[in-house]
Design a protein around this ligand. Structure first.
Ligand code: ADP
Ligand code: ADP
Length: 225
């Protein structure tokens, strides 16, 4: 069964609608990229899935359960949804390990899970550092595993690598792709970079002025003129 179903959602801030009837179906372990120019409604769509933006119409389901429609919205902290946003900072007063463990019960199992994830991204030796003592790429890795630590059903990434330089970006894409595949969540990745979409996506939805204009596998879209 699909893990994430976005059904005809719309959102208007002013006269011009930001999102006008977007639908998406994402299966467990699948990465869907929302690709499109700045202002086409990608972030607003992601924020509605996360529960930090209201819907004017439509419906969102996670694992078959309705989490949002215009009349009822499950708050973000009660959705099995993880997020990595470009500007979603780590908690500055918490160590790396505390950041990753935030939201987990205080058990031995959780501590082991945190250590496993830190090892997975090569940061076990930085567990007791504070975020400002890490490089940008290291902070990004911590943000990614923090979002994965609670084992979310759905993972949302909004331009997660855009602040990194080219070499780090390529490295992070590969690491993130591996981690996301292992996690088995339904992933929605927002990007305006076609290379990133082609490299990471199982399916690509190309957005334009609040709508999905084309949708398919990278190969299908690449073949089209
Ligand atoms: P993208 O992520 O594709 O760049 P957004 O979803 O951020 O696009 O924005 C879509 C449109 O909605 C843009 O015209 C943007 O200016 C507008 N918008 C987004 N958020 C708000 C907001 N909180 N208030 C008013 N307008 C907004
Ligand atoms: P803004 O641009 O409005 O600050 P953010 O994306 O930073 O938007 O966050 C909007 C709201 O969503 C904030 O109230 C924040 O506490 C909440 N939020 C952000 N990330 C998470 C998360 N991972 N889990 C739960 N709530 C979150």
């Amino acid at each position: 069964a699909p893990m994430l179903e976005v059904i005809d959602v719309a959102r208007r801030f002013s006269v011009t609608p930001a999102v006008r009837g977007v639908s998406l179906t994402v299966w467990p372990g699948e990465v869907t990229c929302l690709l499109g120019p700045s202002g086409c409604g990608k972030s607003t769509t992601l924020r509605m899935i996360a529960g930090i933006e209201h819907l004017d119409s439509g419906e969102i389901r996670v694992a078959g359960q309705r989490v949002a429609d215009p009349r009822h919205e499950v708050p973000p902290e009660r959705r099995p949804v993880g997020m990595v946003f470009q500007d979603l900072a780590l908690f500055p007063h918490m160590t790396v390990a505390e950041n990753v463990g935030f939201g987990l019960p205080r058990t031995r199992g959780s501590a082991e899970q945190v250590a496993h994830l830190l090892g997975r991204v090569g940061l076990l030796h930085h567990a007791d550092r504070y975020p400002h003592q890490l490089s940008g790429g290291e902070q990004q890795r911590v943000a990614l595993i923090r979002a994965l630590a609670t084992r979310p059903r759905v993972m949302l990434l909004d331009e997660p690598f855009s602040s990194l330089d080219q070499r780090l970006r390529v490295e992070m894409r590969e690491l993130a792709a591996d981690l996301l595949r292992e996690a088995g969540a339904a992933v929605v990745l927002v990007t305006h970079d076609p290379d990133e979409a082609m490299m990471m996506a199982d399916r690509v939805a190309i957005m334009w002025e609040g709508r999905i204009r084309q949708e398919g596998t990278p190969l299908e879209l690449y073949r089209q003129p």
